[in-house]
Design a protein around this ligand. Structure first.
Ligand code: LLP
Length: 432
């Protein structure tokens, strides 16, 4: 899905999202403001769910990776959409439980879970813990024993697949802090160890090969390697691993140049590979899990800012500063991620100005983008940065003691606040 499919321009020439005028939203709620389109989020959930129905007879579950954007209302929507939920910290788990999300549909990830987090997961009955390493396995088994419980686990496996993405988010290869490696026997060894333990039940294997991936081949290759591992485990130990979690990582369009695949094409291809491999190796077809994060919420979010000072440095560039920046969207500063921007109150006009969109932090690297083509921008204009629904609010900070913006959900021409704007009191709440 392209973000532009969810946006429009009304008779006033203003950008709209979910049937709401973005200039009015900015006036009503203030800027900076995150705006999320509910129908877009729900449509993304359904397209993944339907793909499991269509291509894999419904024998699977889509777990939303809540790190992309976690708040109570999103968890409630995921519950209504019958999704599972991937959490990676006690904070995400707490948020989900507070929202009434059923613990049994939660998967708990993380490469360095604390004792406190493991205990919390056991106490609250989280459905599956994705164990990263031996240190965690031993502690979890001991803790479950003390609590007189057994716990369903999966192992995070590095399938050795290079997904050709940004170095920071490439995780399937051996040099990664996540999981145990396939090729050096580490995976097989930890599986054998788990099978000797009384308080863990080995339900699944998991891999996640990176993020913002546009090719299908790495997913197919990873699925193949994982099925081969599952078949090897059955052959060598007799234990049948029932679940295969293929992680997330499906790319979205940040700009018109990006060519994202239809979300159902992942399941279409991967289910073929899974079925073929299982057939070839005489292994029963597993329950398949997917963990999309970015592609569920990313294209459905925009951020609205008010333009402030505009500085033209002759023959160099024009800095257009907005009232937010790396505090609400650190992705350009971190990864040089490219975004598109629109002057929301001039959305019908042609784009004819090139700007460096700067934030308001005391830091030169506080940019939202360079060489961005926009409508003729003046101070006071409302600027929309598109496709900011994922890894923006969730990675926001209070650098320079800047308050995090509010998040507004739009649907059918109506809007509601789902996360309040931080206040100055919030900033000093924990100061003594
Ligand atoms: N499952 C696991 C185990 C993950 O580690 C991740 C993302 C996902 C699922 C969801 O991946 P997605 O479908 O969203 O690509 N902060 C970076 C992205 C980091 C992704 C980390 N893991 C960014 O802003 O691009």
């Amino acid at each position: 899905m392209k973000q532009s499919e969810r946006l429009g321009v009304n008779q006033q020439g203003h950008l709209t999202i979910g049937g709401c005028d973005t200039v009015e939203l900015a006036a009503q709620y203030g800027t900076p403001l995150y705006v999320m389109d509910e129908d877009g989020i729900r449509a993304a959930c359904r397209s993944y769910r339907d793909s499991i129905e269509r291509y894999y007879d419904g024998r699977g579950m889509v777990c939303y990776a809540s790190k992309a954007f976690c708040c109570k209302e999103i968890c409630r929507i995921m519950d209504q959409e019958q999704m599972g939920l991937d959490v990676v910290s006690e904070g995400e788990l707490y948020t989900a439980l507070q929202a009434g999300f059923p613990a049994e549909r939660i998967c708990f990830h993380g490469n360095n879970k604390t004792d406190h987090e493991l205990r919390y997961a056991l106490e609250t009955g989280v459905g599956l813990i994705i164990v990263d390493n031996e240190y965690e396995l031993v502690r979890l088994n001991r803790m479950a024993e003390q609590m007189e419980k057994t716990v369903n686990i999966a192992f995070r496996i590095k399938p050795g697949v290079d997904a050709h993405t940004h170095d920071f988010v490439r995780t399937g290869q051996i040099d990664s802090k996540f999981g145990v490696a396939l090729e050096n026997g580490e995976a097989m060894q930890i599986i054998r160890q788990a099978l000797t333990m009384k308080h863990v039940v080995l339900k699944g294997v998991h891999c996640h090969i990176g993020s913002q991936i546009f090719e299908l081949e790495p997913f197919e290759l990873a699925a193949q390697r994982m099925i081969e591992l599952m078949a090897q485990v059955k052959e060598e130990t007799g234990h049948v691993i029932e679940q295969l979690d293929l992680g997330g990582g499906f790319g979205i369009c940040y700009t018109e140049e990006d060519q994202a695949l239809r979300y159902d094409s992942y399941m279409e291809k991967v289910s073929e590979v899974v079925k073929d491999c299982c057939h070839r190796l005489g292994f029963p077809q597993p329950f398949v899990m997917l963990e999309p994060g970015r592609s569920i919420v990313g294209p459905s979010g925009i951020t609205l800012y008010t333009a402030g000072s505009i500085k033209e440095i002759p023959n160099i560039r024009t800095y257009a500063a907005v009232d937010g920046g790396m505090t609400d969207n650190p992705r350009y500063a971190l990864y040089q991620s490219v975004y598109e921007a629109v002057v929301a109150n001039k959305a019908a006009q042609p784009k004819e100005m090139t700007v460096t969109l700067a934030g308001k932090c005391c830091e030169s690297g506080d940019l939202l983008g360079e060489k961005m083509l926009v409508q003729k921008m003046e101070s006071g204009d409302i600027v929309a940065v598109l496709s900011t629904g994922a890894y923006n609010y969730s990675m926001a900070s209070n650098y320079n003691r800047i308050c995090r913006p509010a998040v507004v959900m739009v649907h059918d021409g109506a809007s509601r606040v789902i996360v309040r704007r931080e206040s100055l009191e919030d900033l000093t709440r924990n100061d003594l």
